[in-house]
Structures are given as structure tokens and as C-alpha cells.
Design a protein around this ligand. Sequence first.
Ligand code: GLA
Ligand code: ZN
Length: 673
Amino acid sequence: MKKYPPLVPKIPHMIHGGDYNPDQWLADKDVIWNEDMRMAKLAGINSLSVGIFSWTALEPEEGVYDFTWLDEIMDKMAANGITAILATPSAARPAWMSQKYPEVLRVNERREKQLHGGRHNHCLSSRIYRDKVRQINALLAERYKDHPALGAWHISNELSGECHCPACQENFRLWLKEKYGTLDALNAAWWTSFWSHTYTDWSQIESPSPIGEQSVHGLKLDWKRFTTEQFVKWYDIETEPLKRITPDIPCTTNLMGIYEGINYYRLAERMDFACWDSYPQWENTMNDVSIAQFFSFEHDLTRGLKDGQPFLLMESCPSATNWRPYPRLHRPGVHLLQSMQAVAHGSDSVQYFQFRKSRGSSEKLHGAVVDHCGHEHTRVFDQIAQVGQQLKTMDAIVGTTAPARVALVYDWENRWALEDAQGFNNVDKKYVDTVMDHYAALWSLGVSVDIVDQTRDFSGHDVLVLPFSYMLRGDFARRVEDFVQNGCTLVTTYGTGWVDEHDLCFLGGFPGPLTDTLGIWEEEIDVLMPGMENSAQFRGKTYKLTDYASLLHAKTARVLAEYDSDFYAGMPALTVNDCGKGQAYYVAGRFGADFLKDFYAGLCAEKNIPAHELPEGVTAATRTDGTHDYVFVMNFTPCDRTVTLSGRDFATGEELSCFTLPPHGWRILVKEA
Ligand code: GLA
Ligand code: ZN
């Protein structure tokens, strides 16, 4: 079992810090900046991310630069033992640039040219913007390459959106030519004979639009893939000067969990480590359990992007997240719990947005380390300082992995294709919900899960969970078959194996290339309207199901449960097929949490995968260095929870076997691995 080196080599500890915008305080910098350094140290902060939206402060006029303020704050940070995660400023532009070079502005899908304003709205193909970014990034790298504070590069900010301008259209056509070679191949892949949509010249191809093409799903899918490639290219453009001038400084960009617009598995291939911005809105009700499950999933997803390497929690909110519908305060203890949750799932940091609250504009009411009162005597600051204290004790956990024997597939391309399909439940396809159903069951059992997409290697795992995998692409189905043949277990669901990577339906019956592995034929799928339900008996218990019921024929598979009602009563609701040395399950209906928990508890017992009996709302997540397991036991409910689990308490050394966690309480147990 390997331990990874620190992600930011200059900080061989848990990182504690966040976004810091000293350029918003230039008028009072002599007072404010010194106060900031003093309070950062008080909070146990060892890193600050600077320069994220600083382009105008760095280049107030075209070609006129002012790095003096950044020099000064970088020096102050170095003097105070605070490492800089230094950003490239491309996420927001100076007004002079948009004014002088309107081509840098985006065009939206309705073909409307955007005005200057906001952020994240630049064209991804603009030559001028690319040049300007290369230039400012090279200047930053040259200037700070030997600076003792420089720890890592933060590329832009939350890359997102898309541009439909003529230059992006042209790049899209070039990308398609490269991919398909001939128009005939493209027309065949996109099934354009439908509605007379056959293209007879490359120049006729336009990105999808609500005022144009919406019906050719192959086109829409390729546009999404192309947009991802635009961001990969963008990332390469940004990092080229940084990699050249500062080859030892790692580069990353802050991701957003399951943000739909970019296939992060592709983008992450370029990143030195993954990081993300996490904003759960805790309610202090039992709803917090599903919120916790979803955010645990996103942490695991981020870790999976770099195949298990630790990641950074790049932003989180220490208090009220002002853009949420109901910006609730974090109840006492919640901030520490959400911070430990990130670490439990593989984060080597806790960082915030932001250090000092902006005085004006749209984020002036967003939770921050330092509030408008300007001092550290606040409830929120105390809670942040507690996190700082806690992280200081956790050096041993830095670089440890969170290995899992279960892999669960979350696939961006499958999501794009499925959500675009006209069919299934058109109000909400429930792809993410289905993924979460299965993840949540494993979470409740404290079973670690690695999240992979269809391109990643899962052959080292024992169980592959493949929820609602409508699209099967590349050699994935073949690798799944090998996996099962070799003695592992596949669990898949309704709606799997309908289309290939071009979004063309498999002919000859679903689940297409997984038919032999699963030993079934899925003939149709019934959509249950809200309020409707069916049920099935499994191991002597009755379990309800909603939303979807696939109508299956078992070929070689054994039927483990059958539908109780409707015209398909008696048809299989759950099957298992022996395939080589392994087994493949098909969960045909959308069963609830009760079924999935019982089902996975049984499967884990059979496969000898450690699972725990935990009270509702409590989970256990493990990091290990191969010698010691660090088991984070966390209570996400507003109630006391008594847990039976043994180990040595990380903080006190006390041997425990049964203990009570208060509301939002947690403990780390140490065990021999
Ligand atoms: C995002 C951004 C930050 C800030 C926060 C507010 O994560 O990256 O700049 O706007 O949201 O929650
Ligand atoms: Zn463009």
C-alpha cells in the first residue's frame, strides 16, 4: 500500500486555508494585510489561494503591469509561513480587454453575444484571449518562480460553460473531421437520415441550439465531448508556460463535483492532482443524511479522478453559503464534521471560500473566516480555529489512501446521452439518483467505494456497481465481461446497455454487449408515475419499487425476485447469472434504500468485504497507510448515536468498542491494517 507524497510539496501537512483576495483591500492594505496574517496564523492557516480574479489589478491597462502588490503579499505570506496557491487570472477579464477585443466574449447557444460582466464568460477559441493568458501566466511564472511562498498553481477558476461563436463552430468542425474522417462516417454515426438531416458539406454543421438543431443526439453528444476537449486544450494552454518555467510546481484547477458540462475524467488526466469546491447546505434535520451521502460521493468521485491519489478540498464554506435558497448557519460542530468528512474520503486539506469577506458585490454576505467585524472573536472563527488545531494533529494521515474493493461507475458521457434521450422518465431520468441509491446503501454500511468511469481500470476491485448504464462505450463491456469471468461480481440495473458510444441503439436486444454476461433480455421498461409503486419479495421480505420496472426475460440467469403486481406480475425483478467464475446481477426495478442495503449487506458478506452495522445517519470511512487504518466514524444526524466499533481513539489513545456520538459528532479509530 503506498502513501502519496504531499500534493503541495512545500506543505508536508494537512493544508488549511482558502481563497484570499488581498487586492480587494489595497486602499487599506497596511492595516488589513497585517491583520490578515495575524488572524490566519491564529486560525492555524498554512496556505492561501491568491490572484484568482486579479487580472485588472495586475494589468490595469494593456501591457502596463503592476505586480508590486502581489510581491508584497507573497513576501508577507512567506514571512508568516503561509504557502501561496497562486492563481492564473483568466476566470475574469479586465473591461479594457472586452472593450478592445470583443472576440474574447462568449456567444451563448441562442447565438447571442454576451456583454462584459460576471466571470467565466470567455470564448474558448479566441486567439487573442489565448495569447493574453499565455502572456500573463508566463509573467507570473517568471516573477514568482523562485519565490519561497509559491506552492502550487491554481488554473483559472471553476472552468465551465461553453461558447458557440463562429471560431468555436469552426474548431468544432475541425474536431469532427479529425474524429470521423468523412462526412459519410459522421452521417452514419449520427443517424442523420432521420428527418432529412443528412449533412452534405462540413460547413453546414452547427452546434446544437434551442433555435436550431436539437434532434440529432449524436451531434449533441459530440458537442459535449468537444466542449470537454476545448477545456482540456484550454488547460494545456494555461499550463504550458507554468510547466516550462516552474516544472516542479504542481498545477490544478478547482472542479465542481458532478458539474455536468465537462467530463472531469478527461480533464483530470492533465491535472497534477484533483481538487474541488464543496458547498453542502446542512439543514440540521434528518435530511442531512442524504446530503452527507451525496457529498461523500462527490469527495470519492474527486479522489477517483486521479485513481485514488488524495485530493484537496479547495473551497468550502465555514458558515452560511449565501447563494443557497436558505443559507442556514452551521450548527456548532457542523463545520468540523464537514471538514473531517472531506479528509475521511481522501482530502489532504480543508480550504474555504473565502478568507476575508468582500465588503461589496454579490459575495459580501458569504460565510468567510474573517467577517465584516474585522476581528477573530466570532463563533465562526472559533470553529475554523478548531479545524486548524485538529488538522495539526493529522500529519500521519497526509498522503494515505482510501482504498476500496467496490468500484461504482459514474460516467459523464452516459449521463449526457441518457439525459438527452426522449424516453424513460422525461421529467427526471434519475441517473444521478440511481447512482446515489447504490452509493448510499454502501455508505450506510461503511463500505468504501472508488468511483470510476467507463474508461478507467476497475479490474483490481471485487465488485463493480454499474447503475443505469444506458450507454456502453469503447471496450468497456468486454472488460466488464472479463472482470466477471475472472471471479468478480457485477451489479447493474434497469436501462443498462441500450446504446453504443454514438448513441445508436444496440440491435439484437438489450443489454447489448452485456447480454451474455447478464444472461437476460430486457425487452421493455415501464415508467411508474409519481405515487405509483410495485413490489417484489426477496429472501422472505417485501420491498417496494418506484419509477422504473424493466421487463426482463431470464435466459441463463436465475430469477431471485419477481414483480408482485401489474400485467408483468411474475416477471423477474432481480436476476443473477453465473458467468465464468463470477456472477452478474440485474436489478430490474428501482428499489428503495431498504432493499439495496439488505442486498449489499448480503453481497459484502459473501465477498468478505468489511461492512458495518451502523445506526441511521452514521458512516465509517477509512484511510490507510498499509500499517494503520484510520477509520472516521461520523454522525450526520442532529441526534445522539451509539456505535459499536472497536479501535484506538486517534485523539486520546483510549481503546473503544462502543461509544456514543453526539449530534454531528465524529471520532477517528486507529486499527492495525
Ligand atoms: C465558487 C467560486 C468562488 C466563490 C464561491 C462562493 O466555488 O469558485 O469564487 O464564488 O463559489 O460559494
Ligand atoms: Zn467562442
